[in-house]
Design a protein around this ligand. Structure first.
Ligand code: IVH
Length: 703
């Protein structure tokens, strides 16, 4: 979609500086989005491995081009800023993250770095404490004079959420601590202990059963369940959830009386905290690797999820000398386990048809447990993936679950292939509607061309229409949509707003009582009024996600204006089309999908019906009457030093400026940072005012 897309595959050592800046910008935005999904919404959007790869690439580029390190660089940040709803707590000692190791070599490098930094003789042993890395949520708990006074989540490492009352409900958390004083030193007056809140696997399974029976939310995994349970506005809900906590480190402490990490663990136990009993001191790389292997072998049998090991230099005086680099201590590293795998039989390959017609092959497996979760289906991505690995029905395959993502078939066990297994052929027609399925140039997937006549696409679109970021109608989730669709009650989004018709059908149906019907009626009525951006997103136009929907809403302001513009822009040589593709981030490909959607007769009918049923709110522009840049068209290029590109754009837009991706005679200002290239040249040719970042900030009023 944008220029940066082509850069993501270029090895770091072949990136030119100007491309490196673009890549760093992309990585910052992408990692921030994943962080937001993971930390704030407890709903990871990529596998851990893919996430780690993004972070590693970011770090490698930064190591090569330290001048390009951005103010919003992911390497300076841990997690996501705190969510709203909880009071904020600034950590008096920041909560750090850990660097990652993935192999024996990486661990050896870690030990070498420690040695070099401390200037140790080659024969001096570096003791490390090796312990499981708990897959939960980091928290800090503060005790003053032995009394529990405050607890907070990690948040972005600097500032977290105050969860004192929620953590207080955990049985593992002592309210008062005293030292049995076997170790001397007593309890420090101020003691902040840090650790990981988690849910035991067995408790998680039981909780999900109860949730399911009650028709409540079922959690994807123990970590999500723990996160969802801990961050409850009402601590009584947290109390009812089986949460536990392991402590493993400390923050602010008035008097540190221990000399090693191992000694600290002993104290934790002495004070009455849970510390992980598997922690071991190792004295060599071989000992560390043996401990790693031992833990990995035991992993499935542990009653809590772990995703690796953590190694910490045991001696505190060494830890202090080693210090930290950006967000992680030099004295510790996390050694991740490989994704969990299992072997099973691929019984059949079926085809799933998505909202925009994409045909996705799905492996139907003999159910198998992968890391404690029963897996019966796994994605096969697309036909190239299947051909590349030569995956056939009847094959014995290796399935992998990395983090929370959908399980994948990673490999075929070649010598177990049954006689007569034939290569898989992607169908030429849609299995749901029989329309032709085609693969467009450059696309990885086949798509059904049936559009609105395809029932699979229609039902997926309806699900999207009511989903959380779209109409978000309470009580009308994916399951009900499917059921109502199956009954023939809903065929088009506008049917949802025929509330009388819909609720009359529900009357007397099993599972529907007067109260629940009434609630659904109210929930639908509440959503008749909808913001233009949400409305555009809800339409489910291909390539039009939330960000693009917001851009369109901001650009056109009202649905009437958008519709008129889309009609006018059908003429690819006209001004309306030029204006459309001039919107930053909307290129010809997105424009094609948009215009295709608005040109379709049936869509026009649906839009007319929706318009009649809804009150689509104009996008009200903020009051920018005092803004010197209101109404001006601005283009940013090169590296910005005080803020990220997306932040700069957002700021300019909030001041009423229009941000464009390309220079034209209509451009008012080009804000050019170091590394500006062709845009700068073009601006000079066209006589566009060129500003430095500082001059721009001056003009926009440094707020
Ligand atoms: S020690 C200075 N030990 O993993 C950092 N962390 O990916 C001290 N984690 O931020 C952290 N189990 O939230 C440590 N046994 C363990 C851990 C552990 C899980 C978490 C922790 C950390 C994150 C890094």
């Amino acid at each position: 979609m944008s220029v940066s897309d082509g850069l993501r595959d270029i090895p770091v050592d072949r990136l030119r500086p100007e491309d490196a800046a673009i890549e760093l910008e992309r990585l910052a935005a992408e990692i921030a989005a994943h962080d937001e999904a993971y930390y704030r919404n407890d709903d990871p959007s990529v596998s851990d491995a893919a996430y780690d790869a993004l972070r590693q690439r970011n770090e490698a580029i930064e190591a090569k081009y330290p001048k390009l390190i951005r103010a919003d660089s992911p390497s300076k940040r841990v997690g996501a800023a705190p969510a709203e709803g909880f009071a904020k707590v600034v950590h008096s000692v920041p909560m750090l993250s850990l660097a990652n190791a993935f192999s024996r070599d990486d661990v050896a490098d870690f030990l070498d770095r420690v040695r070099r930094f401390l200037n140790l003789p080659a024969d001096e042993a570096v003791e490390v404490m090796a312990e499981p890395k708990i897959d939960g949520l980091s928290v800090t708990a503060r005790y003053e004079k032995g009394r529990f006074v405050m607890a907070a989540t990690r948040g972005d490492g600097r500032e977290g959420e105050n969860i004192t009352e929620n953590l207080r409900t955990l049985q593992d958390l002592p309210d008062r601590i005293t030292a049995k004083d076997l170790l001397g030193g007593g309890v420090p007056d101020v003691l902040e202990v840090r650790g990981e809140v988690y849910m035991a696997k067995s408790d998680f399974l039981a909780l999900n059963e109860r949730q399911e029976a009650a028709g409540a939310k079922v959690f994807a995994n123990p970590r999500n369940a723990a996160a969802g349970s801990l961050r409850q506005k009402d601590p009584a809900v947290t109390r009812a959830r089986p949460l536990r906590v392991f402590f493993y480190s400390w923050g602010e402490v008035s008097d540190v009386t221990w000399k090693t990490q191992a000694e600290f663990n002993d104290r934790l136990v002495d004070w009455g905290f849970q510390a992980n009993a598997r922690a071991r001191v190792c004295r060599s790389l071989d000992e560390i690797m043996a401990e790693y292997a031992r833990t990995e072998a035991d992993r499935a049998g542990l009653d809590y999820d772990i995703d690796g090991m953590v190694y910490k230099v045991n001696r505190l005086d060494w830890q202090e000398r080693l210090g930290q680099v950006s967000r992680a201590p030099r004295w510790a590293t996390a050694h991740k386990f490989a994704a969990e795998k299992a072997t099973t039989v691929l019984e059949k390959i079926t085809i799933q048809v998505g909202r925009t017609g994409t045909l996705t092959p799905v492996a139907n497996l003999t159910p198998v447990t992968v890391g404690g979760v029963v897996v019966g289906r796994a994605t096969l991505h697309n036909e190239d993936y299947i051909a590349g690995k030569d995956i056939r029905e009847g094959d014995t395959v290796i399935v992998q679950r990395a983090g929370d993502v959908i399980p994948q078939v990673v490999e075929v066990v070649a010598d177990k292939r049954p006689a007569g297994a034939v290569p898989f052929v992607m169908p030429d027609t849609c299995p749901e509607c029989g329309s032709l399925a085609i693969r467009e140039d450059g696309a990885a997937a086949k798509r059904c061309t049936g559009g609105l006549i395809c029932p699979a696409q229609a039902v997926e679109r309806l699900k999207h229409f009511v989903s959380r970021d779209a109409f978000d109608i309470e009580g009308l989730g994916a399951r009900n949509i499917e059921a109502f669709w199956g009954e023939g009650w809903l065929t088009s989004p506008a049917d949802i707003f025929d509330v009388d018709g819909l609720t009359a059908k529900l009357d007397g149906r099993e599972g529907w009582k007067e109260k629940s019907i009434d609630n659904l009626r109210k929930a639908i009525e509440e959503r008749r009024k909808i913001g233009l951006d949400r409305f555009i997103y809800a339409l489910g136009i291909r390539q039009v996600g939330q960000a693009t929907a917001r851009l369109l809403a901001r650009t056109y302001g009202s649905f009437t204006a958008l519709k008129a513009a889309m009609a006018a822009a059908q003429d690819r040589d006209g001004e309306a089309y030029a204006e459309l593709i001039d919107i930053d981030q909307i290129g010809p490909a997105v424009a094609d999908d948009l215009l295709g959607f608005f040109a379709e007769d049936h869509n026009q009918d649906v839009l007319a019906a929706l318009e009649a049923a809804l009150d689509i709110q104009d996008m009200v522009a903020a009051d920018t009457s005092n803004s010197p840049v209101a109404g001006k068209t601005v283009v940013f290029t090169g590296t910005l030093e005080t803020m990220g590109r997306s932040e700069a754009k957002a700021k300019a837009e909030s001041l009423g400026a229009k941000v464009s991706g390309s220079i034209s005679a209509k451009t008012d200002y080009l804000v050019a940072g170091p590394g500006a290239g062709s845009k700068l040249k073009k601006a000079e040719e066209l006589g566009v005012t060129v500003l430095t970042e500082d001059e721009w900030l001056e003009l926009a009023g440094r707020t």
